[in-house]
Design a protein around this ligand. Structure first.
Ligand code: ME8
Length: 518
C-alpha cells in the first residue's frame, strides 16, 4: 500500500462558533481532498478542534461550565458544521482526546530525553488574552500596551523552553533548498525575511499548572501543562501515529504492534492554514519535527483572510458572515462556489452580499443551471429523453477544458480550475443560442442536426458534472441523477468525450439553482 496524499487544516479554537473564515479554509481542503480522490489518489483529510489553553478555560468559566463540558458541547456544533459543509474528512481530531494526549506526551518525553528543553525563569509582561509574554517592542509610544492584548500583568515565572535557536540556520537552508515548502512564494519570502533578520527566541513550551490547568500535563514535571501551540501543532502527527502510520517514526507511535499499512500518510502533503499562523507552521513546526526525527511535510499552503464590506469580521461589532445562515438560504454549493471562485488561495478577500448574489445569479442560476436545465428539457421534449447517436462537435473544446482542469487541480489552483470549467459552461450556452435547437425542432428536415446538437449538449452536461464534483458535490450528483446516471460523478477518468451511449434514457430535469428575486 503506497503512501496516501495527506492534507490537514488548522484546528479551530473551540471558544466560539464557526464563521466564514473557518468555512473557507475547510472548503478549500475538502476540494483538494476530493480532487485527489477523483484523480485516483488515496487520500487522508484531517480537520478538528484545538480545545486546550487559557482562552477555552476562561470561556468555560464565564459560562459556569467545566472546560470539558464546554468543549463537548461546542465540539458537537463544530462537527455538525463540518457535515453541513459536506466535508469528506477522514478523521476529526479533538486535542482533549486520549489518543492525541498520549502521543503529545510521548513526543515531549522524547525531546526532553534528547536535551531539547531547559528550564528557566522569565520575568516580564504577559497578555492573558493572547497567552504570550510581551516585550518592549510591543509597547506603544506612550509606554502602554495596545488594548488588543487585553489585560497585561507582570509575571515572574519558571518554565520549560525548547531550543529553537539551535535550528535557525538549518531551517533557512531547508526553506531555500525546498522552494515548495511554503506557498504562495511571497509567504516563503516573508518567512525567510523573518528568519534572516531576527534571532529566534527559544519557544516556551509550558505553563505552570497552578495558573493554567486546562492542558496536557508535561510527562516529566507534573507542575506544568503543555503550551497550547505545542499541543495543537502536534495533532498533525499524533493522529497518524495513533492510527499506526508506518510513516511516523516508531519512537512516536503508541505501540509498534498497531502498525497499519493502510494508513500510511505521514509526511503530510499539505498543511493548509491562514496567514496569521504562518510562523507557527513554517518556523516552529518544522523545527519540532526535526527534533523529533520525523520527516517534514511537503508544503504549508497559506490562504488569505476574508473581510466583510471592507472591514475586519468581528463578533463585537456584529460585522460577520454566518456561513450556516448562508447555507440555509442559498445551499451549501452556492457558498462553496462563491468563496473559491471569488478568492484565489493567497490574497485577502472581501465578502459583500451584492457580490455573492451577482455570482449566484450570473454563474450558477443563469450559467450552469440554465445550461443543464434547458439541455435536458429539450432532450426530454424533442427526443423523449433518449440520447441520440454520438457527435463530436464540442469534443475538442471539452477535451481542452478537461486537460486544463486536471493540470490546475494537480497544482491546487482551484480558482483557475473553476474559471476553466466555466469557459465550457459559457461555450455550451452560446452553442445553444447559435444552433437554436428550438427552431431546428420545428423543421423535420433538420432532425439529424437536432440530434447532433442534443448529443453535444447532454455530453457536455455529463462532463461538467465530473469536473465540478470536487467543488459542488451535491449539484454534480444531481446533474448525474437528472442524466439518469447512477451514483456520484466522483471519478475524473469519466471526464472524456463520448461516454453517453445512444439510446440511454435520462431522468427528470429540475432546476439546480432556483432564481431568487431579491
Ligand atoms: O488559529 N478569513 O484557530 P482559529 C480566513 N487554533 N481565514 C480565517 C479568518 C478569516 N477572517 N479567521 C480565521 C487557530 N481564519 C489555532 C490553530 S493549528 C495547529 C491551530 C483561519 O480558530 C485562521 O487563519 O483562530 C486559521 O487558519 C483557522 O481559521 C483557525 O483559526
Amino acid at each position: 500500500m503506497s503512501k496516501r496524499f495527506y492534507i490537514t487544516t488548522a484546528i479551530d479554537y473551540v471558544n466560539g462558533h464557526p464563521h466564514l473564515g473557518h468555512a473557507y479554509e475547510k472548503v478549500i481542503a475538502d476540494v483538494i481532498a476530493r480532487s485527489r480522490r477523483s484523480l485516483g489518489q488515496e487520500t487522508f483529510f484531517l480537520t478538528g478542534l484545538d480545545e486546550h489553553g487559557q482562552k477555552v478555560q476562561q470561556a468555560a468559566l464565564a459560562e459556569g461550565k467545566t472546560p470539558q463540558a464546554y468543549c463537548d458541547e461546542l465540539a458537537a456544533v463544530w462537527k455538525a458544521f463540518a457535515a453541513k459543509l459536506e466535508l469528506t474528512n477522514d478523521d476529526f481530531v479533538r486535542t482533549t482526546e486520549p489518543r492525541h494526549q498520549q502521543v503529545v506526551q510521548t513526543i515531549l518525553s522524547k525531546l526532553h530525553a534528547n536535551g531539547q528543553f531547559y528550564k528557566e525563569v522569565y520575568r516580564g509582561f504577559y497578555s492573558t488574552r493572547e497567552e504570550t509574554f510581551l516585550t518592549h517592542k510591543d509597547r506603544l509610544p506612550d509606554g502602554t500596551f495596545d488594548p488588543s492584548w487585553g489585560k497585561v500583568i507582570e509575571l515572574d515565572e519558571e518554565n520549560y523552553y525548547f531550543r529553537l535557536k539551535d535550528h535557525q540556520q538549518w531551517l533557512i537552508d531547508y526553506i531555500e533548498a525546498n522552494p515548495e515548502f511554503v506557498a504562495p512564494a511571497y509567504r516563503r519570502n516573508e518567512v525567510l525575511g523573518f528568519l534572516k533578520n531576527n534571532v529566534l527566541e527559544d519557544l516556551c513550551i509550558s505553563r505552570p499548572a497552578a495558573r493554567l490547568n486546562w492542558g496536557i500535563p508535561l510527562p516529566f514535571d507534573s507542575g506544568y501543562v503543555t503550551y497550547v501551540w505545542f499541543d495543537a501543532l502536534s495533532n498533525y502527527i499524533t493522529i497518524p501515529a495513533s492510527h499506526g502510520d508506518p510513516g511516523v517514526p516508531a519512537a512516536l507511535r503508541p505501540q509498534a504492534s498497531t502498525l497499519n499499512p493502510q494508513l500510511s500518510v505521514w509526511p503530510a502533503d499539505i498543511h493548509l492554514v491562514g496567514k496569521d499562523i504562518l510562523k507557527f507552521h513554517a518556523v516552529y513546526w518544522p523545527i519540532m519535527l526535526k527534533a523529533m526525527g520525523a520527516p517534514l511535510p511537503k508544503q504549508v499552503l497559506v490562504h488569505g483572510w476574508w473581510q466583510k464590506d471592507g472591514q475586519r469580521m468581528s463578533k463585537s461589532t456584529g460585522n460577520i458572515v454566518d456561513p450556516v445562515a448562508v447555507i440555509d438560504e442559498w445551499g451549501v454549493d452556492a457558498l462553496r462556489f462563491y468563496v473559491l471562485r471569488e478568492l484565489d488561495i493567497g490574497p485577502d478577500g472581501n465578502w459583500t452580499e451584492a457580490g455573492f448574489k451577482a455570482r449566484y445569479s450570473a454563474e450558477l442560476a443563469n450559467g450552469l443551471g440554465n445550461l443543464v436545465n434547458r439541455s435536458l428539457s429539450m432532450l426530454k421534449r424533442y427526443r423523449n429523453g433518449a440520447v441520440p447517436k454520438a457527435s463530436n462537435e464540442l469534443a475538442p473544446e471539452a477535451e481542452k477544458v478537461i486537460a486544463e482542469t486536471r493540470g490546475l487541480l494537480e497544482q491546487n489552483q482551484l480558482q483557475g480550475a473553476l474559471q476553466s470549467i466555466w469557459s465550457l459552461v459559457t461555450r455550451a450556452n452560446q452553442y445553444v443560442d447559435h444552433t437554436a435547437p428550438f427552431k431546428l425542432a420545428k423543421d423535420p428536415a433538420k432532425a439529424e442536426r437536432l440530434d447532433e446538437v442534443l448529443y453535444n449538449l447532454t455530453e457536455v452536461c455529463r462532463i461538467l458534472a465530473v469536473l465540478l464534483w470536487p467543488f459542488l458535490p451535491g449539484t454534480a450528483t444531481r446533474i448525474y441523477g437528472q442524466l439518469g446516471l447512477p451514483g456520484a460523478p466522483d471519478k475524473f477518468s469519466e471526464a472524456r468525450w463520448g461516454v453517453l451511449a445512444a439510446g440511454h434514457s435520462i431522468g427528470a430535469p429540475a432546476p439546480l439553482f432556483p432564481r431568487k428575486d431579491t
